[in-house]
Write a protein that binds this ligand. Structure first.
Ligand SMILES: Cc1ncc(COP(=O)(O)O)c(C=O)c1O
Length: 405
């Protein structure tokens, strides 16, 4: 029998709580582990990994960041509209047609190719302004940026364009979160070689940044870039996932789970800033042989009870969790039964004969002593914490818990 759902105006079917105090604490914890001279270029792309770009940026600013990194100009615009005056770097390649908006928003674009730089130069000169750019060097990521073998020539030419100022140079690591250190050390070597050659040619490069969360924690070199005596350059790190508290998949340095303290500062006690919940909409009894959800992939073997939760794949709760994942219900794990639907997820509620519509299940977060992280959900869904967090849908209500509440 389906119980009537008890919902009212103030009762969301699914929501996230974003705790700004925790997020700010993670920023401070990271800063404490880095050299004082090292600035944070906090990555707030994809709506701050699903946390909400404006509140996340606000909390991070209060905890001390140099600037913000985004992937699109729409994200940059949201920061500017919310009154953020800090430097905003757009890490992903922008199209020549976006130059006017780059200037309007005073965004620092990443430069990957000469044609792109020339288009931005022309647009900047037309308005009589100088555009700050950061040159992107591909040292082994195989994605954006000029290959390190071409980068010195590109940056030398870009530095001569009158409308542009090379205010920074950066690279991005492909494998800093993996146990093996070799690939990241090689990328750092290539980056260092590019910087040394630019210095030899007398090209001034502004600030330098390379480290994502994993590299900031595991590779001390990555926060001391370009230091060759004399005045050290301004070094930034570009953390995302650690600040959001979902960096549990960063590999330690040995099989015993230890971190090489001498190499990098190791993992601070980051805490997840986000929790995700859904309400029980109805409870239903199953008789032996009853099948659950599309295509009947779960069939009850005994009298059982399922709770219907108000969350589905349209909310970003992965379809891949069908018959695999679990949620927290009354402080214990309740396995998912049958296929996750667009708006609903069925979970086992057999241990709770008095369960009623309106009770809260936790998808990410804690209930008492038991917890489930975004990394755990990702492991069940065959994804990564990043894809789980950034996939949380627009239909999910976002509650912001202020730092000073
Ligand atoms: C270029 C670049 N830098 C930094 C980051 C932040 O990485 P993480 O979240 O692993 O710290 C990302 C994330 O996707 C990125 O694309």
């Amino acid at each position: 029998m389906i119980e009537p759902p008890v919902m009212d105006e103030t009762t969301a079917r699914t929501w996230i709580d974003v705790d700004l105090g925790i997020l700010a604490g993670n920023v401070r914890a990271l800063r404490q582990r880095l050299p004082d001279s090292c600035g944070l270029l906090m990555v707030v792309k994809a709506d701050a990994y699903g946390h909400g770009i404006e509140p996340a940026a606000r909390a991070a600013r209060a905890a001390g960041v140099w600037g913000f990194a985004v992937a699109t100009l729409d994200e940059a615009a949201r920061l500017r509209e919310a009154g953020f005056g800090e430097p905003v770097v757009c890490l992903m390649p922008l199209l020549p047609g976006e130059a006017a908006r780059v200037l309007d928003l005073q965004v620092v674009p990443a430069i990957t190719a000469l044609e792109q730089a020339e288009a931005f130069d022309a647009a900047a000169r037309k308005t009589g302004r100088t555009m700050d750019v950061h040159a992107d060097v591909d040292t082994g990521m195989g994605r954006t940026g000029a290959w390190d073998r071409d980068a010195v020539d590109l940056i030398t030419r870009v530095a001569k364009l009158p409308g542009l100022r090379v205010a920074g140079i950066f690279t991005h690591f492909a494998s800093a979160d993996e146990a093996g250190r070799g690939p990241t050390e090689r990328q750092l070597d290539r980056f260092d070689a590019v910087l040394a050659e630019l210095e030899a040619r007398g090209v001034r490069v502004g600030c330098l940044h390379a480290a994502n969360s994993a590299a900031a924690l595991r590779f001390a070199r990555a926060s001391r870039l370009g230091a060759r005596g004399g005045e050290p350059p301004r070094v930034l790190v570009r953390p995302g996932i650690a600040v959001y508290g979902a960096a549990g998949d960063i590999a330690p340095d040995d099989d015993a789970g230890r971190w090489r303290a001498a190499e990098g500062p190791g993992p601070p006690p980051f805490e997840p800033a986000l929790s995700w919940h859904a309400r029980v909409l109805a409870v239903k009894e199953l008789a032996p042989g009853d099948a659950v959800s599309y295509h009947g992939s779960y069939v009850a073997r005994a009298p059982e009870r399922i709770a219907l939760l108000g969350v589905g794949y349209a909310d970003g709760w992965p379809l891949a969790l069908s018959n695999r994942g679990r949620v927290l219900l009354r402080g214990t794990f309740a396995p998912i039964r049958g296929a996750v639907c667009m708006d609903l997820t069925m979970v086992d509620a057999t241990p709770f004969p008095d369960l009623r519509a309106g009770e809260v299940a936790t998808l990410i977060g804690r209930q008492g002593d038991v917890g489930q992280s975004a990394e755990d959900v990702a492991a069940d869904a065959g994804g990564i914490a990043y894809s789980i967090l950034t996939g949380i849908g627009r239909r999910v209500r976002r509650n912001v818990l202020e730092e000073d509440r």
